[in-house]
Design a binder for this molecule. Structure first.
Ligand code: PAF
Length: 285
């Protein structure tokens, strides 16, 4: 496994691999690698001859009052995970390699969906995400890029950006990895106190409740949303940020669950803000 700090060095190495006939799998990360990242790396390893992972805490996707400074960083531990998962090339650049001073950046527009939910809670977040993903894909070149379904709105927007900009990337969605109580694997889980951690399963309970109602034939999204709010409200340390049902094809809220739909939820604990989502089953499914 090679660790590369420079964008041009990475481009050259990936180009060499591609010229030798390898198909490239790319897993972009901000480090603090956990079981969710491992599943992306494993999937890429199973499907592609060369696997590239990036470790870059992207300042552009953090708001001024967010956790950029305290975001968990442990490069040796992250490299050990990459090595164990069979990564070939790790791109761990300094900021100026991703955003070279004086070079005009492509800043893809997240559009109206980028203003909703996570975009409403974190203004500018998705523009920052799309900017870094576009830039990283520009360096890595044609590839399959692996993203977790846990960040469903991000996944939706990355997919749409790739289509709108005609990028030579196959965006691969990977299932959310969960703890035994349903809590989705996330780097921010590390912020939770033991008491918060005990209650953090409420997001998944809320989604599971919505899914169960949908399975039984409930099509009124308001009923599902109310049930989710109730579940999160039952956890004394959680404060609901949003709960909604969105059309899985547009990520826009729907009132009637009459098509493939996704329940989404966000909640604030004193030490961390958590998000999660679940594709709803069809009635009887
Ligand atoms: O999901 C993440 O970890 C980040 O948003 C990503 C895609 C690596 C961009 O910084």
């Amino acid at each position: 496994m090679e660790v590369i700090r420079g964008a041009e060095a990475l481009r050259r190495l990936v180009d060499e691999r591609r010229a030798a006939g390898d198909r490239i799998g790319f897993v972009p990360t901000m480090g603090a690698l956990h079981a969710g990242h491992r599943s992306l790396l494993r999937r890429a390893r199973g499907e592609r001859e060369t696997v590239v992972a990036s470790i870059f805490v992207n300042p552009r996707q953090f708001g001024p009052d967010e956790d950029l400074d305290r975001y968990p960083r442990d490069e040796p531990a992250d490299l050990a995970v990459c090595r164990a998962e069979g990564v070939d090339l790790v791109f761990a650049p300094p900021v100026e390699e991703v955003y070279p001073p004086g070079v005009a950046l492509v800043e893809p527009d997240p559009g109206p969906v980028g203003e909703l939910f996570e975009g409403a809670a974190r203004p500018g977040h998705f523009r920052g995400v799309l900017t870094v993903v576009y830039r990283l894909l520009e360096v890595v070149g044609p590839c399959a890029a692996y993203f977790g379904e846990k960040d469903a709105q991000q996944l939706f927007l990355v997919r749409r950006m790739a289509a709108e900009h005609g990028l030579a990337v196959e965006v691969v969605a990977c299932p959310t990895v969960r703890e035994p109580d349903g809590l989705a694997a996330s780097s921010r889980n590390a912020y939770l106190t033991p008491e918060e951690r005990e209650q953090a399963g409420c997001l998944f309970l809320a989604l599971a409740e919505a899914a169960e109602l949908a399975r039984k034939g409930e099509t009124d999204a308001h009923v599902l949303v109310a049930a989710m709010a109730r579940e999160v409200g039952a956890a004394p340390l959680a404060r609901i940020d949003y709960a909604a049902v969105v059309d899985d094809a547009t990520f826009l809220p729907i009132a009637l669950v009459d098509r493939p739909a996704r329940a989404i939820v966000a909640a604030r604990f004193p030490s961390a803000r958590l998000i999660d989502n679940l594709l709803l089953p069809p009635p009887g499914g």
